[in-house]
Design a protein around this ligand. Structure first.
Ligand code: ADP
Ligand code: ADP
Ligand code: SF4
Length: 603
């Protein structure tokens, strides 16, 4: 008996009418006559009678795992729980279903961060804190009542909070994770959407500070992702609630907008004494935003553990190091490390392509872009930074030959593979069919090691493109772009909707790809940590968004970061333990000193 293993059967995947119950036929205990894998039967709480159930008492655990291998639909997961985990679950959805351990603690006047991968139970935790799910303490077949649950938390910070939830006294405002879906749910203008939310009388102020005014009379379905994100945030923060939950603040926002949004959320907590919980995968922004953080770890869709609160600094450092000190728990085999000094200039630089000075304007008096000519090196990852609406995608399209520069016939003679910022998936096609239509390498061991595995595509291969979540669609789009045969690869905001772990994996995959294939990748992104870990050199855009933009020639990281951050008036210091960059408080000693020295990033 493996008392500390957990068996999860994904009921959406388990299709007994299409297999021959290989799982139970091969299960060693079953073969000796025990009832380890059995049919759910008529009286099952959930699932169909002919789907399987697995006895966690009899199962031999992860080291056996035969059923996991045998199931043709990847419906089974058997995972040994860490021995350090002594507590009972807070909630389990059902027999052989996901389990959540621990809960974050919302605190009035504070912003609490939640840091961890997707699928680890963050929304489940929020549903409990919002009173939508009554936690069952893991006893799905014999659910406890609220009194018993509160008893369980007696003496902890959560006791009073949960009692208020039980009494229906907690009012929750929530910003959803995927803002792209808002237009499907709301028909009307920005003003109409926001009007109904102004419970605190602060909407006008939010509209100005989040720069929503220019789109206030536009219909919601015409807004860009970045605009939707700011509208959704305003709609959430304008409400009068006790507990605010912001599920990702940053997707599609540029760094200036991220910093502004973070400050507004902080003010809500500090000045209005509200409790705010945020899930955020941009670590520089999380650092700025939160007063304390809970790290969530485990195995996505199997179990998740929310740690007690940690200081922001320790929480993020432990997370990056891959080891949680108090929990005594390794969550990743290796640490993520930043270089404290700008990477050394490359000694051998081979030019892949040179492009001339050029300009592009759209229509009369609309947006115009001027580009300083430059070289792109072979074998490099070139980071591209600058605010939204400044011409970055326009530049990408010029290189790709999708649009023509004014008066210049730019024929680079190159094949360019391009992933746009907004990834659409309207084809009714399976992921594997889609990817194999792009490259003959699909399914080869090279493709699997370099692209499929690091982008965690294995479990979604049989899914339909239209059924994928935002993060899944992003990973498929990155894979599809890197699978093409091209001279130059352009990725526009690959971090959007990837969780922190996936960002780390994608960063590694993109770097290895550039090195192993001797090719060049240009990455436009607003996650400063991702750009730092990824790029060899930097291209900086500045100007007046939606009016005119200027692209400087590609330069070394140090000077590039200085130019970019000087435009934003933001400086970074280094955490003394890990060398991790942290945003300085405006007008602090360090901030002033660094600005005087002109060193905004690599101090
Ligand atoms: P996160 O917010 O961290 O992405 P969720 O809390 O949404 O994670 O989900 C965690 C896991 O719980 C997922 O694997 C999901 O499939 C599972 N889950 C969510 N809701 C239910 C439900 N009602 N019944 C069974 N499993 C569920
Ligand atoms: P970024 O990628 O930096 O966010 P873009 O290159 O997408 O910026 O856009 C720069 C500006 O040009 C924006 O104001 C955008 O609305 C405008 N723009 C982009 N494409 C067109 C077009 N085809 N016609 C007119 N204006 C456009
Ligand atoms: Fe049976 Fe458990 Fe082995 Fe699966 S992992 S085959 S359920 S013993």
């Amino acid at each position: 008996m493996a008392e500390d293993s957990i068996a999860v059967v994904d009921l959406d995947r388990c299709q007994p009418d299409r297999c021959n119950y290989e799982c139970s036929n091969y299960c060693p205990p079953n073969r000796t006559g025990k009832e380890c894998i059995t049919l759910r039967g008529e009286d099952a709480e959930d699932g169909d009678p002919d789907q399987v159930r697995i006895s966690e008492e009899i199962c031999l655990g992860e080291t056996c795992g035969i059923c996991v291998e045998k199931c043709p639909f990847d419906a089974i997961e058997i995972i040994n729980l860490p021995q350090e985990l002594e507590d009972e679950p807070t909630h389990r959805y059902g027999e052989n279903a996901f389990s959540l351990y621990g809960l974050p603690v919302p605190e009035s006047g504070k912003v609490t961060g939640l840091l961890g991968p997707n699928g680890i139970g963050k929304s489940t935790a929020v549903k409990i804190l919002a009173g939508e799910i009554t936690p069952n303490l893991g006893r799905h077949d014999d659910a406890p009542d609220w009194e018993e649950v509160i008893d369980e938390y007696r003496g902890t910070e959560l006791q009073d909070y949960l009692a208020a939830v039980r009494d229906g006294d907690v009012n929750v405002a929530r910003k959803p994770q995927y803002v792209d879906q808002i237009p499907d749910q709301f028909d009307g203008t920005t003003r109409e959407l926001l009007e109904r939310t102004d419970e605190r009388g602060v909407l006008d102020d939010l509209v100005d500070r989040l720069s929503i005014r220019p789109v206030i009379d536009q219909s919601i379905d015409s807004l860009s992702g970045g605009e939707l994100q700011r509208v959704a945030l305003a709609a959430t923060l304008a409400r009068d609630a006790d507990f605010y939950f912001v599920d990702e603040l940053t997707p599609y926002l540029d760094i200036g907008q991220r910093v502004t949004a973070a400050r507004i959320v902080r003010e809500l907590a500090e000045e209005e004494d509200k409790a705010v919980l945020v899930v955020e995968h941009d670590l520089a922004v999380l650092d700025l935003l939160a007063d304390s953080i809970h790290v969530a770890y485990g195995e996505p869709s199997v179990y998740g553990v929310v740690t007690p609160p940690k200081s922001v600094r320790n929480g993020i450092n432990e997370y990056l190091r891959g080891y949680l000190d108090n929990e005594n728990m390794r969550i990743r085999p290796e640490a993520i490390e930043f270089e404290e000094h700008a990477p050394r200039p490359a000694s051998r630089e081979e030019t892949l392509v040179s492009y001339p000075d050029m300009a592009k304007s759209y229509g009369e008096g609309e947006f115009s872009l001027s580009v300083d000519g430059g070289d792109v090196h072979r074998n490099e990852v070139l980071g591209v930074v600058g605010p939204n609406g400044i011409g970055k995608s326009t530049f990408a399209k010029l290189l790709a030959g999708d649009i023509e520069a004014d008066g210049v016939d730019l024929d680079l003679g190159m094949d360019i593979a391009y992933k746009p910022q907004y990834v659409e998936a309207d084809q009714h096609m399976r992921v594997d069919a889609f990817l194999s239509s792009i490259t003959d390498d699909f399914g080869s061991s090279y493709w699997k090691t370099e692209i499929g595995d690091p982008l965690q595509l294995d479990r979604i291969m049989e899914q339909n493109l239209t059924d994928l979540s935002g993060g899944e669609r992003q990973r498929v789009a990155i894979a599809a772009t890197l699978s093409k045969d091209a001279d130059l690869y352009l990725l526009d905001e690959p971090s959007a909707h990837l969780d922190v772990e996936q960002r780390v994996l994608a960063t590694r995959a993109i770097r290895r790809f550039a090195e192993n294939r001797e090719t060049t990748v240009m990455v436009i992104d607003h996650d400063i940590y991702m750009i730092d870990l990824l790029a060899d050199r930097l291209m900086v855009f500045d100007g007046e968004p939606a009016e005119q933009g200027h692209a400087s020639t590609p330069q070394e990281m140090r000077s590039g970061m200085n130019e970019f951050l000087a435009n934003l008036d933001v400086t970074f210091r280094r955490d003394e333990n890990l060398g991790r960059p942290r945003i300085n408080k405006p007008d602090s000693q360090l901030d002033k000193q660094q600005k005087r020295d002109g060193e905004y990033y690599y101090t």
